[in-house]
Design a protein around this ligand. Structure first.
Ligand code: GDP
Length: 363
């Protein structure tokens, strides 16, 4: 799963990207992830991993990760080729969700491309570029579908219908994510066209150090804007985050306390992105490693196994599953088994958040 960071120049994107991805994830644990310079991996902090570790002696603990792509180059006119132009669009097309950094901090030494701090204007600037790009996509897809529809193809006719709706929304200045798609199948089709404004957005309001609670007037405006489209806002201060990553654990705790934060924004952002993307975790817990794996809400047991390795999905026989609560009370997998609390689940089992599993499979 992958989120892309967007935002106008000088809003603090790179500072945040660096802070969020600085945790130094051991890449040998993620052999299927290729790392390019603009891609980073963010660990998803999960206190349940620590709980499991209390009862299962293990060599290492591996958190779930979120891939973060730094998408530079959106400026006014980008959809017409300004700045890096259309190049960034293909990067956004590939991500599952968008993290939009908006500048809420006042700092005379850091110029704003439009001369003043106004996050709503900035959001509109970026949305406009994305909507213009979507209009182009919709128009060419609609032309193509119309040609096919003329031969009586029913699917193509349905597509034209959906694309007409998209076109009307976009022409009216509305991002596709803001519309209520009553039919989830339709929304799926919209997303499958790679339409940029159909992707969910998490706003990171980059605030001043003295405005960390996110209660300031500027952040409130971002909240109202996000609420209107069903989105969320996380206030962060990029400057503080970039200082926190330089510290060891103890100093970090002290600094967090002194600025009145419970945890680095990294943790809050990772969880919010997880929620935004409709994701949850399950765990594997053994002597070699205790590990969190990421699956969409609603994934079945074979699909969950497939996240570890595609062979596990193909050859899936059954899963043995237990709950963290049982581990807490019975204290070992052996005791859980003896108490008859180790469930055996088949192919149609829908995973629950926090299941601890073994998979049995044929190779
Ligand atoms: P980008 O162009 O969006 O990637 O922005 P950068 O991350 O490069 O930040 C632009 C400038 O703003 C840099 O000089 C940062 O040090 C500064 N900056 C970023 N975040 C903050 C912040 O929260 N407060 C202050 N005062 N300055 C910041």
């Amino acid at each position: 799963m992958e989120a892309g960071i967007v935002g106008l120049p000088n809003v603090g994107k790179s500072t945040l990207f660096n802070a969020l991805t600085a945790a130094g994830i051991a890449s040998e644990n993620y052999p299927f992830c290729t790392i390019e310079p603009n891609v980073g991996m963010v660990p998803v902090p999960d206190p349940r991993l620590e709980t499991i570790q209390e009862f299962v002696k293990t060599q290492k603990v591996i958190p779930a990760i979120l891939r973060l792509v730094d998408i530079a180059g959106i400026v006014r006119g980008a959809s017409e080729g300004e700045g890096l132009g259309n190049k960034f669009l293909s990067h956004i097309r590939e991500v599952d969700a968008i993290i939009h950094v908006v500048r809420c901090f006042q700092e005379e030494n850091v110029v704003h491309v439009d001369g003043s701090v106004d996050p709503i204007r900035d959001i509109d600037t970026i949305d406009t570029e994305l909507m213009l790009a979507d209009l182009q996509t919709v128009e060419s897809a609609r032309d193509k579908a119309s040609r096919t529809a003329r031969s009586g193809d029913k699917d193509a006719k349905a597509k034209v219908e959906i694309l007409n709706q998209c076109h009307a929304l976009l022409a009216d200045g509305k991002p596709l994510r803001s519309a209520e798609w009553h039919d989830p199948e339709m929304y799926k089709i919209v997303r499958n066209f790679g339409l940029l404004t159909a992707k969910s957005v998490l706003y990171l309001a980059n605030v001043d150090e003295d405005n960390l609670d996110g209660e300031g007037e500027i952040v409130q405006r971002v909240r109202e804007r996000a609420a209107a489209e069903g989105g969320e806002v996380v206030p962060v201060c990029a400057k503080i985050e970039s200082e926190l990553i330089e510290l060891d654990d103890e100093d970090r705790r002290e600094m967090l306390e002194s600025v009145g934060l419970e945890e680095p924004a990294l943790a809050v952002v990772a969880r919010a992105a997880y929620k935004l993307l409709g994701l949850q975790s399950y765990f594997t817990a053994g002597e070699k490693e205790v590990r969190a794996w990421t699956i969409p809400v609603g994934a079945t047991a074979p699909q969950a196994a497939g996240v570890i390795h595609s062979d596990f999905e193909r050859g899936f026989i059954r899963a043995e599953v237990y709950a963290l609560e049982d581990l807490k009370t019975l204290k070992s997998e052996k005791a859980i088994r003896e108490a008859g609390k180790l469930r055996v689940e088949g192919k149609s089992y829908v995973m629950e958040d926090g299941d601890i599993c073994h998979f049995l499979f044929n190779v």
